[in-house]
Design a protein around this ligand. Sequence first.
Ligand SMILES: *Cc1c(COP(=O)(O)O)cnc(C)c1O
Length: 366
Amino acid sequence: MINFLNLQAINAQYQDELKSACAKVIDSGWYVMGQELESFEDEFSKYCRVKNAIGVANGLDALILVLRAWKELGKLKDGDEVIVPANTYIASILAITENNLIPVFVEPDTKSFNLCPINVRKAITEKTKVILPVHLYGLISPMVELMSIAKEFDLLVLEDCAQAHGASIDGKKAGSWGDAAGFSFYPGKNLGALGDAGAVTTNDDELAKTVKALRNYGSHKKYENLYQGINSRLDEIQAAMLRVKLKYLDKETERRKFIAKKYCTQINNSLIQLPIWDEDEQHVFHLFVIQTSKRDDFQEYLNLNGIQTVIHYPIPPHKQKAYSHFNLLSLPLTEEIHQRVLSLPIDPTMSIESVNQIIKVVNEFE
Ligand SMILES: *Cc1c(COP(=O)(O)O)cnc(C)c1O
């Protein structure tokens, strides 16, 4: 079986460094809010070329805490609208509703799977306060166009970068375009911890200060609480693991891109629609997502031929039971995408033989 993603093999590449970094934390006797976190925040902010990075417990909290901070700073209030791609992962929507804000589901561009500036414009109302672009599957959203719409209508921009560490447009990285961004370091993400972790990035110092307080009970200063915050800290062991893995992120991304290009040049089957992107720097291939009208048959065929695949995602957020009040919304493009997509393995540790085998099997599907 060719696995979809082999986390054990990914982390085994760095096991000596990971184990010694872990041992260093154990021996230090300091486990939460220490030197490893500070160093990781510094290194990750430099990587994203942004002024501030704030470590938090996971990617969902990163998004929740930015919106919450904007509320505390008086920039948002209950009932304000957030424009978001309808085909995103549920976490982008949970961050909005958790803050008593209203998600406005916008149909994506069916080629890029990302927010389409024309549809964003159409969705703007008096109540719109935020655009939340999701750089889905690793492809950065059209940020030049989206930032210009945000400027024109005085909207805040929160990037969901959970799948797009290191993607860029003209050298400007995901996480440095909007007013703020949320990253996830869930183990399966391109930069993955060995447990849950996340970060907020922003060039806005006031926002950074507020998120720092909110992640730590709402406290800027020990035993003084300005806000009713939460506990969403990134612990020292995970920060230490991430410092090791950040050093190899670009190398792993190159490997993902190499596999993606091989798929794109060698898969040749009229039933399979391959991903499309403009510039090399824009896509970091968290996922390699193809589309086909015979999706379920194709997945079963690959499985019978020893290739594990995953559907990202089978049910769109507005059709989930958790959001029953949105179930009647009609978003035909989004619903069609969920019927057609399938993710092929794009594990950076995959052997070239496995990649060739996948290409051969895909080409023989009929
Ligand atoms: C993974 C993911 C999140 C949430 O990150 P967690 O660390 O799992 O909480 C948010 N948005 C998108 C698009 C994701 O893929």
